[in-house]
Write a protein that binds this ligand. Structure first.
Ligand code: ADE
Length: 246
């Protein structure tokens, strides 16, 4: 997958050089390039924003600068299809199923990181109707960040770890939260058996795989019901066993 990130703070993305992301980039599983939006400005002040039409607080990012930047990164990649992701608190909440879809079906991802009061709406409108481009306005959650950069890093990391060849053991992805079961993942423990007076649950040390499996399933269900009751209602009734219902 090729990923182009456009931002006025390109140094924000130095974090993509570390850990598994860095490895994937050097091994070629992933090609990423970070661009400075100001390189497409033409004035001496390298202006990227103006006061909002209609008045009000803050500044809005200029469509002309964004248009030139996005056109160039799309043309340069030469991919038949591009997903243009725009982080915004007004976007669709990002989910594991969207990320799975991106990882499986996207050759070229462009992330356009806005700051201030966001990017002029016509940018999203223009690329939505452009053949070969799909616009994905997404939100990390119901809170406001200073800009799209943190959300862009989250999107890129969540997507890239699902690419073939990214993680050493792909089985480690299967039992995670939000994956197959639609439940939160059960709690994990490791040695020492007792730490600060707290024990690893005895069943996990019993060696009885069946018991471990049903304990974990029960923990997942209880945790999900407590923390994310909304997810419980989305489970297909047929996917619940009798013991789950109990
Ligand atoms: N930009 C500012 N806040 C954001 C959020 N919650 N999600 C995505 N992008 C943002």
């Amino acid at each position: 997958m090729r990923i182009d990130i456009i931002s006025i703070f390109p140094q924000f993305f130095d974090c993509l050089d570390v850990s598994l992301m860095g490895k994937a980039r050097s091994s070629g599983v992933l090609q990423t390039q970070v661009w400075d939006l100001r390189d497409w400005t033409e004035d001496v002040h390298r202006t990227v924003d103006r006061a909002p039409a209609g008045g009000g607080a803050g500044m809005v990012m200029k469509p002309d600068v964004w248009g030139k930047a996005i056109d160039q990164v799309i043309a340069q990649a030469g991919a038949p299809k591009t997903v243009l992701a725009i982080p915004t608190p007004a976007g669709i909440p990002l989910t594991q199923s969207q990320v799975r879809d991106l990882a499986a079906n996207t050759e070229h991802l462009v992330v356009a990181c806005g700051r201030y009061e966001g990017i002029d709406q016509r940018v999203s409108q223009y690329y939505q109707q452009l053949p070969g481009v799909k616009v994905l306005p997404f939100s990390l959650g119901d809170y406001v960040l200073n800009g799209g950069e943190v959300a862009a890093v989250a999107l890129v990391e969540a997507t890239c770890r699902l690419l073939d060849g990214f993680v050493g053991n792909p089985n480690s992805l299967v039992e995670e939260s939000y994956e197959l079961s639609g439940l939160l993942e059960y709690p994990a423990y490791t040695q020492p058996a007792t730490w600060r007076g707290l024990d690893i649950p005895a069943v996990l040390l019993s060696g009885d795989h069946q018991k471990v499996k049903s304990w974990r399933r029960q923990q997942s269900l209880m945790l999900t019901a407590k923390r994310r009751p909304d997810l419980i209602w989305e489970i297909e009734p047929g996917a619940l066993e009798k013991s789950d219902r109990e």
